[in-house]
Design a protein around this ligand. Structure first.
Ligand SMILES: [Ca+2]
Ligand SMILES: [Ca+2]
Length: 294
């Protein structure tokens, strides 16, 4: 069946259980992951990395791993980093961020840094002295500084890799409402947060003020933006992905529904594709948008 044909789209809708929108085609769906939480694309070669938390999201059980998928989706290295007997490198990896050859991984109370070429662990940023409970998503700013959400403790940390991984509390407090997804707004340069309970989209300005862009949502997880500045946000609890115009400030529409626990989604702005890990379905899916005006 030719991708893009009406029959192909109908078959996606039936097999995936979600409504296929005419402007989108399924690029690929891959299964047999182990509780995939986050998916990122490498802008260098279009390959993908997926974090597999494997087992309890809070337990230091040594069995988590990172998968690598080729740009076409044809080649999967299931345990690219971690997950091999005895190596105990990762426990419950969640948020991922890529900067050059460095792959940052949030793993419960530490951030682990790997070289994507050698697959070797190059640094561990230990946040346990800050009493972190559940590190979740990672975001990088233009200076190469890293931000991470601590979902259970309502805090966001800032880490400076160029200053020996100096760690500071960037923002804390109950308004952060179990912060999960994180990104740097490419226009305002502000940090944006998707909160889990209650579900809100927040933007933190350079003076530390928190602005509520959207509220009344449920169990938000990951977010990213496309070439036109539309924000995509997943609801883990509702099995939906929302599209919000003008980086979260414009109208909200339900972009996909009927998904199983979509987690830390990403947008590949080069290929114009939305990347969706589904934690409890143990799948990752890429959706290609072939009409960039939509
Ligand atoms: Ca695990
Ligand atoms: Ca997440």
């Amino acid at each position: 069946m030719r991708p893009g044909s009406a029959r192909f789209l109908a078959s996606i809708g039936m097999t995936m259980g979600w409504m296929a929108v005419p402007c989108m085609v399924l690029a690929f769906t891959l299964s047999k992951f182990d509780s995939p939480e986050s998916m990122v694309v490498d802008p260098e070669d279009g390959s993908y990395y997926v974090s597999n938390l494997a087992g309890s999201p809070t337990e230091k059980d040594s069995n988590g791993y990172i998968s690598k998928i080729s740009s076409s989706g044809n080649i999967v290295i299931q345990k690219f980093i971690g997950g091999k007997k005895g190596d105990a490198i990762l426990h419950s990896p969640k948020g991922l961020a890529l900067s050059g050859n460095e792959l940052f991984v949030a793993d419960i109370d530490t951030i682990k840094v790997f070289n994507k070429k050698s697959q070797k662990l190059t640094a561990i940023v230990d946040l346990s002295k800050h009493h972190v409970k559940f590190l979740n998503d990672l975001a990088l700013d233009a200076e190469g500084d890293l931000y991470v959400t601590d979902m259970f403790a309502n805090r966001i940390f800032k880490i400076k890799p160029k200053k020996a991984y100096e760690v500071t509390v960037y923002k804390g407090g109950p308004l952060l409402s179990r912060p999960n997804g994180l990104l740097v707004n490419p226009r305002s340069k502000n940090l944006m947060v998707a909160t889990f309970d209650p579900g809100m989209i927040l933007e933190i300005d350079s003076f530390g003020g928190i602005h509520i862009l959207k509220k009344g949502l449920k169990g938000l997880d990951g977010m990213d933006y496309d070439r036109e500045g539309n924000l995509y946000v997943s609801s883990f609890e509702m099995g939906e992905i929302y599209k919000i115009e003008r980086m979260g400030r414009g109208p909200l529409t339900t972009f996909l529904k009927g998904l199983t626990t979509p987690t830390d989604i990403a947008y590949d702005r080069k290929k114009n594709e939305l990347l969706i890990p589904s934690m409890k379905a143990n799948t990752v899916t890429t959706i290609s948008r072939n009409d960039s005006k939509l």
